[in-house]
Design a protein around this ligand. Structure first.
Ligand SMILES: Nc1ncnc2c1ncn2[C@@H]1O[C@H](COP(=O)(O)OP(=O)(O)OP(=O)(O)O)[C@@H](O)[C@H]1O
Length: 802
């Protein structure tokens, strides 16, 4: 007699629920009345589960949903399928116990009761459990009660649950119990032997030996597992305090016996991690500055400043090592002095990374932080540093990490706990002194799960990092041998204490000529290799590479460029492989258009600034420098006296700039030749595309003024002019940050004149010669000078507003 139903499947990992049990589980059964609870081990579902009724829905401590399930009967799982809301459902054949009454069953049942009683006695039960068992009348239920034993391996429990025939189930449980009984009796005997005289040291030895023999008798391979761990621990080269911890855990594992228990599995996982840390391993370090420079030069074009500073850094390290000044012992400046230094150098919003003052370079304690737009080679120069110093390289991606335990690990009491990223990085490196690149430190966030940057701070602090404690491993870990590097796209979101630890190395982006050279010397050869092409099989001229840079990419770095070069060479390789082309192939313009399509990037400024009211600004965003077009229009609104509407997701500082800009224009209208009536019955709308990207900072001030004056005088902005600078109500032009990145963007966009503040003149030293040759910079003190450079002499006939 069996019925079939269609039930929600609830997997239970390493847990078996019998049909006579009630359990509360942290599972939300939705609207279901009955479900099938199916045990799962190593991802495999058991064939037989327990059909359970949802008795009550409960709220768990901590806020999750759960329910109280009441076991009803065994259910054999049939075909699984996905239900309407994506849940897993199965057809279930219900299999309540038959009630067999033959003599053999009775006999087995009697045997089982006797064995249970004996076992309980041995365990010292006070009679209460025995009473409960005596109350069980059904033989099938009695057999199931054996499965309740928490010390029974999960595999055995699943076997009991899976035995549908009651007689067979009695046989199985009887066998299981007899084994346990034998085991217990033996243990007791050993205990008695040991207690009756053996010396303490002998005792342990004896116990271990006898335990081994028990295990062998039971066909249990735990003993070999234990031996294996003992050997691994021996070989791991752990420091004494770690060794102690490992031995303690191993002893606990051994005592636990039975590999199947969840606890034993947890200890094994822990030991696996403990021996995975490369305690004793170290790479021989090479700090020779000349060698380092050679490696850096071979892997990367240009970046001279960057390479200089890396080599300096390594040279100082070498001196310290030679003179026996270990980084960890470096005297740390008093906190007060430190902070003063940080404040004075605190980057402004909209600012590009600035050279840190000498005061921030602390002995040994600094970490090199590579700051700049994507694709400028930060990660790959990190790899080169590892190569140059002979260390292993590992990258920890921090983007989007919000949870402190990502860095520091989960406490071991959590199910599925893992060590943090640092421990994992050391494991991957296989040495205790690798280069660890903390990628995107500026993308680390904090929330209720804790602040990962606090953990990072500890990791990076030489006064603390020789005794870093991962929550999971819970032993002290010496990170002082690690060479930490960090990368960031911008500095705005890096917490001040972290920033204070960093020595900043700016990566501002490449000029067109630099990109062309990188393509020729690095990207083309690399892509050739990637496409199995020999050096002479495919060639491409510098002029065409420059065209690819110009017409197909718009970026500070070379990532897009590498993709485009890849496409070109792939196409050529396909041609050769298919016999369509014969090597050597010289890539020409036709092949470029064929592989990459039509020109993708255009210089927009001529078209955009053709009408009055649009001015070209320069900005620094997370992806490097960029040009943006600020648009102003006048909207007739009767009764309004020159209100301001702002769009384009502007931050507060940028909004204030717009207000200042409009106020200045009104105050100076007469002088500028603007009719006062233009402000009557009108509102002004200033828009900064692209509207979807939030922007902030004061540096668009002069661009906004220029756009408004252009609008109100009808004089268009010269299409070759870009500008960046903050304004005051008095019409003064203040300096801004990020001049190098902005100039690179202006150059890439084909501008020939850039208006800046007089006080930025000094920063022009950072601008590459190639850009200075192509662009005339106009340092200005006042808005009048800005307008004189930026606006066309004459108004054009078109007015875009009424
Ligand atoms: N100066 C250079 N010389 C040679 N190759 C370079 C240079 N700069 C960048 N590259 C190459 O460009 C690619 C992108 O660089 P990488 O991934 O290091 O950029 P990144 O600055 O780390 O970017 P992100 O901030 O997105 O991580 C790499 O293949 C790198 O080798």
């Amino acid at each position: 007699m069996s019925t079939t139903s269609n039930l929600l499947l609830i997997p239970l990992d390493d847990l078996v629920v019998f049909p006579t049990m009630d359990v509360t589980l942290p599972v939300d059964p939705g609207e279901e009345e009955r479900v099938l609870l199916v045990p799962r081990t190593d991802g495999e579902f058991a064939q037989v589960g327990t059909i359970a009724r949802v008795k009550r829905r409960v709220r768990l401590p901590g806020g999750g949903r759960g329910a109280l399930f009441e076991g009803e009967a065994r259910g054999v799982a049939g075909a699984a399928h996905t239900g309407p809301t994506g849940e897993l459902r199965v057809t279930v054949e219900e299999r309540p116990d038959d009630v067999p009454v033959d003599g053999r069953t009775r006999e087995l049942e009697r045997e089982l009761r006797a064995t249970i009683e004996e076992l309980l006695q041995l365990r010292g039960d006070d009679g209460s459990v025995a009473a409960v068992l005596r109350a069980i009348k059904e033989p099938g239920t009695l057999a199931d009660s054996v499965g309740y034993d928490p010390e029974l391996p999960v595999g055995t429990k699943i076997e009991i649950l899976g035995t549908l025939d009651v007689t067979e189930r009695l046989e199985l449980t009887l066998r299981v119990l007899r084994e346990r009984l034998a085991d217990l009796q033996l243990r007791r005997k050993i205990r008695e032997d040991v207690e009756s005289g053996a010396q303490k040291q002998q005792r342990e030895y004896l116990l271990r030996k006898q335990m081994e023999s028990i295990r062998q008798e039971l066909g249990d391979d735990d003993a070999s597992v234990v031996d294996e761990y003992r050997r691994k621990i021996e070989d791991a080269g752990m420091p004494a305090h770690v060794r102690e911890q490992a031995d303690k855990e191993l002893a606990r594992f051994e005592r636990m016996g039975g590999e199947g228990s969840g606890e034993a599995q947890m200890i094994r996982n822990y030991l696996d991690w403990l021996v995975a840390v490369p305690w004793g391993a170290r790479s021989e370090e090479n700090l020779d500055p000349t060698h380092a420079r050679e490696v850096l030069d071979a892997d990367h074009f240009g970046l001279d400043d960057v390479k200089d500073r890396i080599v300096e850094f390594l040279a100082v390290k070498k001196l310290r090592a030679d003179r026996g000044l270990d980084a960890g012992e470096a005297p740390v400046a008093a906190a007060g002095t430190d902070h003063d230094a940080a404040d004075e150098n605190a980057p402004r919003r909209d600012d590009a990374p600035r050279r840190p003052a000498a005061s921030r370079r602390r002995d040994g304690g600094t970490i090199l932080t590579l700051v700049g737009p994507p694709g400028t080679g930060k990660t790959s120069i990190g790899e080169s540093i590892a190569k140059a110093t002979g260390r292993e390289f590992v990258r920890i991606a921090l983007g989007g990490v919000r949870d402190e335990s990502e860095i520091r690990g989960h406490r071991r009491t959590y199910i599925g706990a893992l060590p943090g990223r640092l421990v994992r990085a050391l494991r991957d490196a296989g040495t205790m002194n690798p280069v660890i690149l903390l990628d995107e430190v500026d993308k680390v966030g904090a929330d209720w799960r804790g602040d990962p940057s606090a953990a990072l701070l500890e990791v990076l602090d030489p006064a603390q990092n020789h005794s870093f404690r991962d929550h999971y491993l819970d032993v002290e870990l010496d990170l002082s041998q690690v060479l930490f590097l960090a990368t960031a796209n911008s500095l705005e979101t890096i917490p001040a204490p972290l920033l204070d630890r960093m020595e900043l190395i700016p990566f501002d982006g490449y000029t067109v000529a630099e990109k062309t050279a990188i393509a020729r010397d690095h990207l083309v050869p690399r892509q050739r290799r990637a496409n199995a092409l020999r050096d002479d099989e495919v060639t491409i001229s510098d002029d065409l590479l420059r065209l690819v840079v110009d017409e197909y990419t718009r970026e500070s770095g070379v990532r897009q460029l590498e993709r485009e070069v890849g496409k070109l060479l792939r196409k050529a390789a396909t041609g050769i492989a298919s016999g369509k082309d014969e090597a050597p192939v010289r890539i020409d313009l036709d092949r470029v258009r064929d592989a990459l399509g039509r020109q993708k990037v255009f210089h927009e400024s001529a078209a955009r600034t053709a009408v009055p009211g649009v001015a070209t600004g320069l900005a620094v965003t997370g992806t490097g420098g960029d040009v943006l077009f600020i648009e102003a229009t006048r909207i007739p609104v009767s009764g309004s006296k020159g209100g301001l509407v702002l769009t384009g997701q502007l931050g507060d500082v940028m909004k204030e700039s717009a207000r200042i800009a409009l106020s200045w224009v009104r105050a100076n209208a007469e002088r500028l030749g603007i009719d006062a009536e233009r402000f009557e019955d009108a509102e002004f709308h200033v828009h900064v595309p692209a509207g979807a990207i939030p922007k902030d900072g004061p540096s668009a001030g002069i661009t906004m003024v220029t756009a408004l004056v252009s609008l109100l005088t009808g004089r268009p902005v010269k299409h070759t002019v870009g500008m960046t600078g903050e304004v005051t109500l008095q019409g003064r032009v203040l300096p801004i940050g990020g001049l190098k990145q902005k100039s690179l963007a202006a150059h890439a966009a084909g501008l020939t004149d850039v208006v800046i503040s007089e006080r930025n003149r000094g920063d022009l030293d950072d601008v590459p010669q190639e850009v200075r040759d192509a662009i005339t910079f106009h340092p200005t003190m006042s808005l009048d000078e800005v307008l004189a450079v930026a606006l066309e002499e004459r108004p054009v006939a078109v007015t875009q507003t009424a």
